[in-house]
Design a protein around this ligand. Structure first.
Ligand code: FE
Ligand code: FE
Ligand code: ZN
Length: 277
């Protein structure tokens, strides 16, 4: 079995997210820890989180995914930006302990001209400074489309980051289907081949979550424009194969498709559940 959910707004708190997820028959979810462009996070209300945990337990939720703001760039050229990444991630991980044992996903970052090697070094340094032995959260590196100077457009780059981090058991990877397709991995036509490559380079034990998005662009376009499932270059069949793939059993699958509202996600989840019935 797999867990299926979508990105939800955290603006109205944790309990509200659980209720929204349940209302569209989702059994996992993703949310931004704060405004996606950065800024301060809302104060955690332990009672709100308590009600969330009770609902998630009752409804058999899988692990949930918190997503770091897009502006977080651990390998920026600017020290101020790297400092923001450090402060934000440290604060987010402290807050994540209110919902223990879940995932914190971030974009590895853009090296903006410093070169891939320098970027990988800065990212792994940040992770070594931040990740603590006692944390229960697993930090996920997201696979990227390889747009501009983005790090993480190849499995090798993610493996190189993981290789330099000491507490590897606190690390994982979130595979975004739109991103890997845009990066040139043919996840639609050859899921077995791409997963074998992932296993060879990174190790499948690191694969903890899937972002399921179709793509507006052809294979290898390095663009990163998400499309609703079935309307893009990956196509419905590709998602039927992935959602039922034995190597992906038990993982949370999160939609980040351009739906206008919660009802749109509800319809998409219903379609996917029917597709794999
Ligand atoms: Fe992302
Ligand atoms: Fe994603
Ligand atoms: Zn994306």
């Amino acid at each position: 079995m797999i867990y299926l959910g979508c990105h939800l707004t955290s603006a109205k708190g944790y309990e509200n997210m659980a209720k929204e997820a349940i209302s569209i028959k989702a059994d996992t979810l993703q949310f931004f820890t704060r405004n996606p462009r950065g800024g301060r996070a809302k104060e955690i209300d332990p009672q709100d989180v308590g009600r969330f945990l009770a609902l998630a337990g009752e409804h058999g939720f899988g692990r949930i995914v918190a997503h770091a703001p897009y502006t977080l760039n651990p390998c920026s050229k600017e020290e101020k930006t790297r400092e923001f990444a450090y402060m934000t991630m440290a604060d987010d991980l402290a807050r994540m302990e209110y919902t223990p044992g879940n995932y914190y996903n971030f974009h590895p970052g853009s090296h903006v001209g410093q070169g891939t090697e320098a970027g990988i070094e800065l990212i792994s340094r940040l992770l070594n400074d931040i990740i603590k032995e006692e944390q229960t959260t697993t930090v996920l590196l997201e696979t990227m489309a390889g747009k501009g100077s983005e790090i993480g457009g190849s499995f090798e780059e993610l493996a190189a980051i993981i290789d330099r981090v000491n507490l590897k058991e606190k690390l994982g990877v979130c595979l975004d289907t739109c991103h890997v397709h845009d990066a040139g991995y043919d996840i639609a036509a050859d899921p077995d081949g791409v997963l074998a490559e992932f296993d060879r380079v990174i190790g499948l034990s690191y694969l903890k979550a899937i972002h399921i998005n179709d793509s507006k662009n052809p294979l290898g376009a390095h663009k990163d424009r998400h499309e609703v499932i079935g309307a893009g270059h990956l196509g419905r069949d590709a998602f039927a194969r992935l959602l039922t793939h034995p190597l992906l059993d038990g993982l949370p699958f999160i939609l980040e498709t351009p739906q206008p509202d919660l009802a749109g996600y509800g319809a998409e989840i219903k379609m996917l559940r029917e597709l794999i019935k």
